[in-house]
Design a protein. Sequence first.
Length: 129
Amino acid sequence: MWAQEIGATASASASEVPPGAAAAAPSNGDAGEEAGGEGKREEWYSKGIAYWQGVEASTEGVLGGYGCVNDADVKGSAAFLRPLLTERFGAAKRHLVALDCGSGIGRVTKNFLIKHFNEVCSATHGHKF
């Protein structure tokens, strides 16, 4: 559904990138080293920080204006995870703990992780979120 809206490829054209954000270049490793040293690394992180500071702390904001994909994202994630948990643990009741890295506003924890795990720890870098 949304793939038609954003295109079939992972790369974005300049017109698809939100204002103030840099288009993501293909990455083969460390952003700073691959892009040409420490100065480029700092620039890359600075642009990322500036982008997220300008984003509204809402589902619509963190999904770049595509809040309509939230439900499909949650359903797809559940469809991916359920068979893995069943394969690994079967019917055994286990106390499962998840870590939500880059948890932001807690969208993934609230809508997905807490429904499949007994505990969820969240870690985020942004003070705004």
